[in-house]
Design a protein around this ligand. Structure first.
Ligand code: GLY
Length: 414
């Protein structure tokens, strides 16, 4: 099969890496890919007519969609009657990610354990909600915002500033809403779904804040690890009962055309699990630890999902733990420089891996080309060993103004 992975991040490099190990895959393209991927094709994954030309020219059999934008824009609907298979939900089901309010209404309708939410009609009502909750809220923009549409607030000053920021970024009519603020450990559960079944992979944990100790602004993710010791069998059972199973029933009731991945962003509160959000795709950086741990052939899993054969699939994993430390450009998620030459990549070996994100390949050299630059992954029989392996690999890699968190995975040791 000829496979094209759509997207340009670490997640997509990890997907290409995994597909290349499938005996059934003849060639893997990355669209547009990055400095770490091969067979890069400079097409915007949301430019469907250009994508169609490429699919026809290169006789692509499978489009595996990494990021959310093409799904929200209806890539599955666009290619529905064309001779290529597209992995992901159609536009209606993708609203579980592209419209956070659609998702909240779905959660309420099907009894998925989640936070209370309030939808202000205008700025005056928004300010009223902030006063009433004393600013202990999560403020969200209702749309795709590349990680910049969510503000977690603990007091009225923070919530007022967040509201102001959202209106400045997305305009004074921006659809925003508030959610009850929860405190607790977050867990990412990502499942293959064919609209009837959901088969979740190992629990993973992202590190969204830019600084150690989960402080500073949110980013696209500064690192991840899996599995998560905090997510015991008992907790997983509760998550399944209160979140995953009601979601599965909702998918069936709504007759969603959803052959892809459903991501559950869960928080474990004093009252048990609550769903913070759905995504309709693999998480980034979770994919960079999940795929190295997964033993199954990714092509087989993808085709089983597309052909409604998920019940016959047995998910298998490598033993131990995987830890991903993101090396970013200093200043990210704010302003940062690009074009820094990266050295030391040739020193990475054994079961250490590097998945590129914001990089570009020029004349045999690799340069930084984005905020999140590299995902450096270590593996170990214990979480401690996996953390040590990841940081050993990080110390071998250099580029000017490199920044990374020093506490990735530490929450899993507590
Ligand atoms: N790691 C969070 C996300 O992919 O949205």
């Amino acid at each position: 099969m000829r496979v094209a992975v759509l997207g340009a991040g670490g997640r997509e490099h990890a997907l290409c890496w995994k597909f290349e190990q499938s005996p059934g895959v003849k060639k893997v393209y990355a669209v547009p890919g990055n400095g770490g991927t091969e067979n890069n094709v400079p097409i915007d994954p949301s430019d469907f007519p250009m994508l169609r030309k490429f699919v026809e020219q290169e006789k692509i059999d499978l489009l595996f969609v990494g990021p959310e934008q093409p799904l929200g824009a209806g890539i599955v609907d666009y290619f529905r009657n064309l001779p290529v298979r597209v992995f992901g939900p159609d536009r209606r089901a993708a609203q579980l990610e592209s419209s956070k309010l659609f998702a909240k209404k779905f959660m309420k309708k099907y009894g998925v354990a989640t936070a209370e939410f309030w939808q202000p009609a205008n700025q005056r009502e928004a300010e009223e909600i902030i006063r009433k909750t004393r600013g202990r809220v999560v403020l969200k923009y209702d749309g795709l915002a590349a990680g910049k549409g969510v503000y977690v607030c603990d007091n009225t000053e923070q919530a007022d500033a967040a509201l102001q920021n959202l209106y400045e970024t997305f305009g004074p009519q921006a659809p925003v809403y508030f959610e009850e603020r929860f405190y607790g450990q977050e867990i990412s559960l990502i499942g293959f779904t064919d609209g009837n079944e959901i088969r979740v992979l190992l629990p993973a944990q992202d590190h969204k804040a830019v600084f150690d100790g989960d402080t500073g602004p949110n980013t696209g993710g500064m690192g991840a690890y899996c599995p998560v010791p905090f997510c015991t069998a008992g907790r997983l059972e509760a998550i399944n009962r209160e979140i995953i199973e009601p979601t599965r029933c909702g998918f069936q009731e709504e007759k969603f055309d959803f052959h892809g991945l459903i991501y559950f962003g869960v928080i474990w509160t004093a009252e048990g699990p609550r769903l913070l959000e759905y995504n309709a795709r693999f998480g980034d950086p979770e994919t960079e630890v999940l795929l190295p741990m997964l033993k199954n052939d990714l092509l087989e899993l993808t085709l089983a999902t597309l052909d409604n054969r998920l019940p016959g699939i047995n998910l298998e994993y490598n033993p131990g733990y995987a830890v991903d430390v993101v090396m970013a450009a200093s200043g990210y998620p704010g302003k940062y420089h690009r074009g820094m030459e990266i050295s030391g990549l040739d020193k990475i070996g054994g079961d250490q891996l590097v998945f590129h994100a914001g990089t570009v390949h020029r004349d045999g050299r690799i340069f930084s080309n984005g905020g999140r630059v590299l995902n450096v992954v270590g593996h170990g029989s214990s979480l401690e060993k996996a953390i040590a392996s990841a940081y050993e690999a990080v110390s071998a890699i250099q580029f000017e103004q490199a920044y990374f968190r020093r506490d990735i995975g530490r929450k899993g040791l507590l």
